[in-house]
Design a protein. Structure first.
Length: 421
């Protein structure tokens, strides 16, 4: 007797078999009732959290900049932006004085087609929409340093705007505990030096973990966001089916914190560490830089010395950070040594590789993907199987785990927060 299970793989799923006697725990995001987004938007904008209404904040101002997350996030900006723009209309801000800046951090620029899908065609035709260029100093302004010495390089459009708003989503995040809030500024619209500094904080404090808001990176992000002038956010909370189940608007800090409390009910799933973790990167399937988020969830859900099988289509391959690819084959100490000796050009990629190296210290990692080549996987230091060979990959994973291993099967690996008792 066997039990048939499956994991999301892009728009499809991969099916596999496990022994019926296997001790299997399945984890998927919790289900909350879908909200009436239009109605909740009206209510949230009428009575924002610890903030004046948007139309009052914008009244009499000349220019407004809206920061919007990119297509690596499922935020339904196309449904949120019309209501936000309507409030700005009421404040008397002309459409030609409003810009939308795609806060893609160090991600690749979005295409016109992707931007239209993100913001909606009507909005795209009425408001200028631009990509952030994190590595173009000509597009940045220096605002000095934080108390911790982080250099603040910010997009000029942020510096020049009379009012800065942020639209994003709240999900667990490896570096800052939870995405959303001020993260739309850092790394969203910051320069490379700023993002390197905050990402490399992972080497300095063990409290910087998935789901922990009380950590130095989150505090640094909030500081940078406020220094840059972020005044108002609209953040959505989505479930596994990309339905909006929560919404907050208002002060970038206070509204975000209230949103996190809603998000915990969706993303927090009780689990015990298991010998084997089978995990999908869904919905972060665009590339391995995004898919790597699932490894951070798996790290919480696997026993020391266990095995992780990561299932990811990685549609666009490894991602935008070439040194992330090659550095993943190295140990944590080796990466630190390279950084100390200034032998790493892409330090953001190095920070990502360090996060993966922490996982690899505790568990063996096997990749199931057809978006990454054998040569690329060899550079990463992993073993790869094609999706049609997932059963073989699982058989490989069982080697050395002993009799009757415990197994965690995690469906939305890039977003789930294992709550370990």
């Amino acid at each position: 007797m066997v039990q048939t299970l499956e994991l999301p793989y892009g728009k499809n799923s991969l099916r596999f078999l496990l022994d019926a006697k296997a001790q299997v725990a399945q984890a998927t995001l919790n289900t909350l009732p879908e909200i009436d987004l239009a109605g909740e938007l009206i209510a949230a904008l009428d009575d924002p959290i610890h903030s004046q209404p948007l139309e009052q904040l914008a009244k009499g101002l000349e220019s407004v900049l809206i920061l919007c997350d990119d297509n690596t996030r499922p935020t339904p900006a196309h449904l949120i932006l019309p209501s936000v723009l309507q409030r700005l209309d009421l404040a008397g801000v002309k459409r030609e004085h409003i810009k939308i800046l795609i806060a893609g951090g160090s991600h690749r620029p979005m295409t016109e087609e992707e931007m239209i899908a993100k913001v909606g065609e009507e909005v795209y035709r009425s408001v200028q929409v631009l990509n952030h260029e994190f590595d173009n100093k000509d597009r940045l302004v220096y605002l000095g340093e934080t108390k911790n010495g982080t250099p603040i390089w910010i997009n000029k459009l942020v510096f020049d705007a009379d009012l800065v708003l942020g639209i994003g989503a709240i999900v667990p995040h490896r570096y800052c505990g939870w995405a959303g809030g001020g993260k739309i500024v850092q790394p969203g619209v910051c320069g490379e030096e700023t993002t390197i500094a905050t990402h490399l904080m992972i080497t300095k404090d063990e409290s910087i973990t998935l789901g922990n808001l009380d950590n130095p990176v989150r505090k640094e992000i909030d500081d940078i966001a406020l220094r840059a002038g972020l005044k108002f956010i609209v953040n959505a909370i989505l479930d596994a089916n990309q339905r909006v189940v929560g919404l907050v608007a208002g002060d970038p800090i206070q509204a975000h914190r209230m949103g996190v409390e809603i998000a915990k009910k969706v993303y927090g799933v009780p689990l015990q560490p298991a010998d084997l973790v089978l995990i999908s990167s869904f919905p972060a399937d665009l590339n391995f830089w995004q898919a790597g988020k699932a490894l951070y969830s798996a790290d919480l859900a696997v026993k020391p010395g266990g095995t992780i099988v990561l299932v990811t289509p990685a549609i666009e391959g490894p991602g935008e950070h070439p040194e992330f690819l090659t550095l993943m084959a190295k140990s944590y100490d080796e990466i630190i040594a390279l950084l100390d000796n200034n032998e790493v050009e892409d330090q953001i990629g190095a920070a990502g590789a360090l996060a993966v190296a922490i996982v690899k210290q505790r568990a063996k990692v096997i990749i199931v993907s057809d978006g990454i080549t054998d040569e690329q996987v060899e550079s990463m230091g992993f073993t790869r199987y094609n999706p049609e060979d997932i059963q073989t990959a699982i058989s490989h994973a069982f080697k050395g785990l002993g009799d009757n291993p415990t197994i965690n099967v995690i469906h939305e690996g890039a977003e789930i927060l294992p709550l370990i008792n």
